[in-house]
Design a protein around this ligand. Structure first.
Ligand SMILES: [Zn+2]
Ligand SMILES: [Zn+2]
Length: 329
């Protein structure tokens, strides 16, 4: 099969041919049709996340068709359309798994990081961690739901019942979260790279009530803010933007160091928290909610072989919405 392969961090991806994976008990063999590109892929490829298997096929926002079933598979049939997210396997037995926090499982395995992912024509996945895809979406439109959507949704839950919600970094996750937040009658305040007028316009078109630079303060105090951009200096910025009791949610898996800041901007019961991974429950809730909103995803598609280009566009902020790799030649 054709695949894009990471041999060593910092070297980009190599276009290669390799044998299709073999399906084990409990797994699905999936003929991949689309795989979205996530900022986490960049962190893996650049070596900022250093636990990756090597060589690795990245990609954890996979949509495809079940091509074969491993022994004991009961949830899906050959021909079903399925999605594969970041969380690929958990032990089911550690204190976190037993406590409904499988996202924190000590032994969790992750798609496109410690397991091969979807930058390829075929992949295998544990059936228990795959989701059916709502009919509303094409394969390419559905792909960003699998991480940008799911992690965005988990971040939104962490933001509590906030009415005035700030979002820092208006990329793939933000464009999905904004639609859900608007559906929930929240007000969105969008923070983009200073001077990025196109991103401001993108945010306003998605229903933000205000869009400004990430170095600006919003016109009203926020109840909560979610930071999707991997920039630690945004944490004190966001703390200044939220009112008493407000929460700042860090939605990314990696962030540059957070600079020191005066205690006064944390005081009055403001809090900072992070979001790690997802649970299957998040996935089920989100996949039920998305078509009701309905969440529409804006995607830019690239042939599989142009994965490095898509990743670069993400790195320099030259995408609106989500990049999606398409497998068909
Ligand atoms: Zn566990
Ligand atoms: Zn992701």
């Amino acid at each position: 099969m054709r695949a894009m392969i990471l041999d060593r961090a910092g070297k980009g991806l190599r276009q290669g041919d390799c044998p299709a994976p073999r399906v084990s008990a409990g797994q699905l063999l999936i003929h991949v049709s689309a795989c979205a590109v996530c900022r986490t892929d960049l962190h893996v490829i650049d070596g900022e996340l250093s636990q990756s298997k090597l060589p690795l096929i990245p990609g954890h926002e996979i949509v495809g068709e079940v091509a074969a079933l491993g022994e004991g598979v009961t949830r899906f049939e050959v021909g079903d359309r399925v999605g594969v997210p970041w969380l690929g396997w958990t032990c089911g037995d550690c204190p976190y798994c037993r406590n409904g926090q499988e996202n924190l499982c000590d032994q969790a395995k992750f798609t496109g990081y410690t397991l091969d992912g979807g930058y390829a024509e075929y992949t295998v996945a544990d059936q228990r961690f795959c989701f059916p895809i709502p009919d509303l979406y094409s394969d390419a439109e559905a792909a960003p739901l699998l991480c940008a959507g799911l992690i965005g949704y988990r971040s939104l839950i962490k933001a509590g019942n906030s009415k005035r919600l700030g979002i820092y970094g208006f990329g793939a996750a933000a464009h999905i979260v904004a639609q859900i937040a608007k559906y929930q009658r929240r007000e969105i305040y969008a923070f983009v790279r200073p001077g990025d007028e196109a991103a401001k316009k993108f945010a306003m078109n998605l229903g933000a009530v205000w869009a400004g630079g990430s170095n600006e303060l919003p016109p009203a105090q926020l109840d909560a803010a979610i930071i999707f951009a991997p920039a630690g200096e945004l944490v004190p910025q966001a703390l200044k933007a939220v009112g008493k009791g407000g929460t700042v949610v860090c939605g990314g898996i990696h962030m540059s160091d957070i600079p020191s800041f005066p205690y006064a901007i944390l005081w009055e019961e403001r809090s900072i928290c992070s979001v790690a991974n997802l649970t299957r429950r998040d996935g089920e809730e989100f996949m039920a909610l998305a078509p009701k909103v309905p969440v529409r995803t804006q995607v830019e598609t690239f042939p599989l072989e142009e994965a490095n280009d898509a990743l670069n566009r993400l790195r320099i902020g030259k995408l609106q919405g989500a990049a999606v790799l398409i497998m068909k030649p």
